[in-house]
Design a binder for this molecule. Structure first.
Ligand SMILES: Cc1ncc(COP(=O)(O)O)c(C=O)c1O
Length: 415
């Protein structure tokens, strides 16, 4: 029955009565406590997700928007999980990670950077994202700020904001075909309420690798001010001009306020497994242990067995993965560089091409339009904060066939 019909069958219905009822309901709602914290109520779905959702039902879709490869997790890793489950490892376990995995991470890290890491400094997390969230839980509250370099992966901003923190983004700029960071601007953005300085190198979305002198300057500045550094190195192995990206680990003392953030997602093609790890000062072990206890109560033992196998036996696979991405990078950059409206900083790491499009001022609208016209799914630069508008991001960890097809479809709209 329509609203109008309902009114007619209610003889005592009158606009004033209805208005009074609405006002009474509003007053009753206002008298109740807020349904949730303002920081959570104000969260917005990321613009990557908005394009992703617009892609449901698009024919012949070429999904290049999110940061994952189309390579499946290799069999030898899957088998380790299966065998662990068969052996009954499906119960609660060590909250900071099974000893075998923490030792394997130590051995792996020592081997990469020539260190002798204390295992006490390693905690296994339920993904890189979980690690980021636990850091924000540990360090940030209302009134604090987090300073970060932009363009930045939107989840970092959201994690800080959930904790009530203000996020200050310092944009990089493209100069002579390279992304550049002005360190003075970064340090000027910090004040007495700055709790965290976050950076990601190699970067998402820019693929930018922080120069050594800037990394050391950040270490010194934050050391002096007592600011926590979160150094996100989840793309450390996806590098095309050297075996491994420079890390902050060899530059720091164990007690420095530095968190080194890692994930199994990208290097070992394990995005859906949701495992990562943190390297932190030894005294933070207890804190992260409690945050793990009260969030996921420790990561699944059978997944950790697989991660142990990945990190100890996965070197040949990592090399294949790097080569796969290098081929993807070359296809994408060759095509993009020949398109008149495009400016691309050649990615030397990670698996993203983040390129400027001349004349594009609304990257979200553009990405949606291109999605519907061509079926190519790209992430809009505006999703990555202050420095991102005017850009689009493509993940090139995909098959050469898919990338070549995507480039053919994009050429008319980007030329
Ligand atoms: C910069 C950066 N940090 C952390 C992560 C977290 O990865 P995951 O939660 O899959 O381990 C991602 C994933 O895209 C990322 O791009």
């Amino acid at each position: 029955m329509s609203q109008a019909a309902t009114r007619m069958t209610q003889p005592d219905w009158h606009p004033d009565t209805a208005r009074a009822a609405i006002a009474a309901a509003a007053a009753a709602a206002a008298a109740k406590p807020a349904a949730m914290r303002a920081a959570v109520a104000h969260l917005e779905t990321s613009k990557i997700q908005q394009v992703f959702e617009a892609g449901f039902g698009v024919d012949n879709l070429l999904p290049l928007w999110v940061g994952e490869s189309d390579v499946n997790t290799p069999d030898f890793i899957c088998r380790a999980a299966y065998e662990s489950l068969r052996a009954g490892e499906a119960r609660y376990t060590h909250k900071r990670g099974i000893p075998e995995l923490r030792h394997a991470i130590k051995t792996y890290t020592d081997g990469l950077y020539g260190l002798d890491l204390d295992v006490e400094r390693i905690s296994v997390t339920q993904s890189g994202m979980h690690g980021i969230m636990m850091c924000m839980q540990a360090f940030v509250e209302a009134g604090d700020n987090v300073v970060t370099i932009s363009p930045v992966w939107p989840n970092i901003v959201a994690a800080a904001e959930i904790m009530g923190g203000e996020v200050r983004q310092v944009p990089m700029h493209l100069e002579d075909g390279l992304f550049r960071l002005d360190l003075d601007r970064l340090f000027d953005a910090c004040d007495e309420n700055t709790k965290v300085l976050f950076f990601c190198s190699p970067g998402n979305p820019t693929a930018w690798v922080m120069p050594d002198d800037q990394r050391l300057a950040i270490r010194d500045f934050c050391r002096q001010r007592g600011i926590w550094v979160i150094a996100d190195e989840v793309y450390h192995r996806l590098v095309y001009d050297r075996p491994v990206a420079p890390s902050i680990l060899p530059d720091i003392e164990p007690e420095d306020r530095v968190i080194n953030l890692h994930s199994f997602s990208k290097t070992w093609a394990m995005t859906g497994w949701r495992l990562g790890w943190l390297v932190h000062p030894p005294e933070m072990g207890e804190t992260f242990g409690k945050l793990l206890e009260f969030s996921n109560s420790g990561c699944q033992a059978f997944l950790q067995r697989a991660a142990t196998t990945a990190i100890t036996e996965g070197e040949p696979f990592v090399q294949q993965m790097v080569e796969y991405c290098r081929v993807g990078r070359d296809i994408v950059s060759q095509h993009l560089n020949s398109m008149p409206r495009v400016r691309l900083a050649q990615p030397t790491a990670a698996f993203y091409a983040f390129f400027a499009v001349d004349g594009m001022t609304d990257s979200l609208g553009f990405a949606l339009d291109v999605l519907h016209k061509t079926g190519v799914g790209m992430a809009p630069g505006a999703a990555f904060g202050a420095g991102g508008e005017g850009f689009l991001r493509i993940c090139f960890a995909k098959s050469p066939e898919m990338l070549a097809e995507a480039m053919d479809r994009l050429r008319p709209v980007l030329s």
